[in-house]
Design a protein around this ligand. Structure first.
Ligand SMILES: *[C@@H]1O[C@H](CO)[C@@H](O)[C@H](O)[C@H]1NC(C)=O
Ligand SMILES: *[C@@H]1O[C@H](CO)[C@@H](O)[C@H](O)[C@H]1NC(C)=O
Ligand SMILES: *[C@@H]1O[C@H](CO)[C@@H](O)[C@H](O)[C@H]1NC(C)=O
Length: 317
């Protein structure tokens, strides 16, 4: 029986690596819909970001790298974190086989975007991209890295300690840091953040390896602001076309994307009185607002209402 299992696993490994051969040429990017020319994918993603900028980024669009009327400068002044991140995102989409099943609209909104909510705009992508690619390159050869879930768990197990991440600090959880510390660079420099900061850093790290990730949470447990709020992340699973949720290791530890009930907050008691849940978006045509517990008057971050999903999943726990 044991021997048969080993042979079956070996056969599975061969079929997975066979399936991981790129079908697009080097000047194309692979998405669920098929191959798209790199320049076209660049332009479409650029247009998506540009047309959905929140007002504060619109004012700042040239600093972010968007140029519509002014001729870009030749000595580097035309680079901004939003557009610089596009090529890095497209390169990751070409490189990582688990990304090839991503629909292009999911890539645009949840991989190529430079921010989740209203966190400070910083140049996190080159740094995190280097860290995650080295984490994956240095993985022991028997590490399973075939599916999005495998990669999420592995990155989560390595990225919070400087010895394994190569980043400047260990990152731990410290409560009540939002909105002082929640952009990814601040979290790294201080070495701690509360749920929003560690979630943003985790989601950003996943985005650098072609995994669509977003911040999700509730602004008020049981509909009562005094009961507090919480954020975690959702990851898009191309196998099912659904979003699953988990915490980063600093905020939790050992949770999965497959079992909702392994989160401390996923319980009927936390759902009582119709607790509301949202996930953050970038598509400004969404009619739902992502409520930021630290900035409730700000109605400019679009979201999805995920209340039905969490109420259904967590009332069963
Ligand atoms: C990013 O890709 C686009 C489209 O191929 C290209 O025109 C541009 O020069 C690239 N930018 C950088 C900084 O490499
Ligand atoms: C990070 O944590 C490890 C223990 O996991 C410790 O040995 C090391 O000194 C810490 N590094 C920093 C920069 O705090
Ligand atoms: C239920 O939510 C409302 C606000 O939506 C609040 O006023 C009330 O105190 C909550 N009740 C309980 C039992 O939490």
């Amino acid at each position: 029986m044991v021997r048969f299992g080993v042979i079956a696993l070996a056969a599975l490994a061969i079929s997975l690596s066979d399936a991981a051969e790129p079908t697009c040429s080097t000047d194309e990017v692979q998405f669920a819909e098929g191959c798209v020319k790199y320049e076209d994918a660049f332009q479409q993603t650029y247009d998506f970001l540009y047309s959905n900028l929140p007002s504060w980024d619109k004012t700042n669009k040239q600093s972010l790298g968007f140029h519509d009327s002014v001729t870009p400068d030749t000595d580097g002044l035309d680079d901004g974190i939003a557009t610089l991140g596009l090529n890095i995102s497209l390169d990751a989409q070409q490189k990582y086989s688990w990304a090839w099943d991503l629909p292009q609209d999911i890539f645009q909104e949840y991989v190529a975007t430079y921010a989740h909510v209203n966190e400070a705009r910083v140049d996190w992508r080159p740094m995190l991209s280097t860290a995650t690619s080295s984490i994956l390159d240095n993985a022991p050869s028997d590490t399973a890295l075939d599916t999005v879930e495998d990669v999420v768990y592995y990155i989560n197990s390595q990225m919070w300690h400087t010895e394994t991440s190569g980043l400047i600090n260990n990152v731990t959880f410290k409560s009540s840091q939002t909105p002082l510390i929640y952009d990814p660079m601040s979290t790294l420099v201080f070495g701690y953040a509360s749920c929003t900061g560690v979630s943003i850093l985790f989601a950003d790290a996943l985005k650098t390896v072609g995994i669509a990730a977003r911040v999700s949470g509730t602004p008020a447990w049981n509909g009562v602001y005094e009961n507090g709020n919480h954020n975690w992340i959702e990851v898009y699973l191309p196998e099912t076309g659904e979003w699953a949720f988990m915490e980063s290791n600093p905020a939790g530890g050992g949770e999965t994307l497959s079992n909702p009930c392994d989160k401390w907050f996923c319980s009927p008691a936390k759902m009582a009185n119709g607790t509301k849940f949202y996930s953050s978006r970038f598509d400004s045509t969404s009619s739902t607002v992502y409520p930021m517990a630290w900035d409730l008057e700000n109605l400019e971050v679009p979201g999805d209402d995920r209340t039905d999903y969490y109420q259904d999943a967590c009332n069963k726990c």
